[in-house]
Design a protein around this ligand. Sequence first.
Ligand SMILES: [Mg+2]
Length: 283
Amino acid sequence: MLRVGELLPGSQRIIVLNPDIPCGQIKCAFFDFDGTLSLLRAGWQDVMVPMMVEILLELKTGETKEQLTALVREFVDRLTGKQTIYQMLRLCEEIRNRGGTPKEPLEYKREYHERLWQVIRGRIEGVKSGKIPKEKMLVPCARQFLEALKERGITLYLASGTDTEYVLDEAEALNIAKYFDGGIYGAIDEWEKFDKDILIRRILTQHNLKGPELVSFGDGFVEIEETKKVGGIAVGVASDEFNPGNWNEWKRKRLTEAGADLLIPDYCEWQILLAFLFGERSH
Ligand SMILES: [Mg+2]
């Protein structure tokens, strides 16, 4: 019998949050990109949050930097997994609520990306040139896990809130694009037309799948929540992006709240995880 909050038998770091996971039916797997597989954009929150706080501080509402940081952090986090533009739309709303006149959300998104690029450019170029080993910029054992899923004939999807051109480029740079025969999806300019919830529903209809035939992996609120809404299996990846292989306690808490069925810090126990998901162990 599995119990809530306990480790999966035989594992050191796979936490069971839902003891009644309907295992053994998986046909498709859905992956978020940043923080779930790729470490190239590690620290994006530390770029986005201070930028937004700076903008809100300029409105001089009397709110302290700490108060605004808590507020921004909360909504940025809540919207993680959706396209970046949603976080910018929310920023505009917060500016308006404080009597300010926001710029276009796309303008904030551009500014954010320029700042982020300064932080991540070296990593992306380093991986492309071979100066930085690809595996260093992947959540530990991600490649082995993806390969094992492919060997079992599972259709893989990759989806990110980052713009499509960057996701494609970065997945290629890490040499993992080839695993995603279901497709690689990112944010598009017509952002109302695409998001992870739409994609998850589309996967189910396209393959005529029942909920438990889909498993999702993500480190953000949105992908976990959307997967649970359609009855899929949601694995929360509470990865510490600066100390790969360790738990990020903040993510662990948020993924638990989002309704994840299982929690992992990385894929190093992929054999145990796979056997469980495919219903090959007694429990
Ligand atoms: Mg992510």
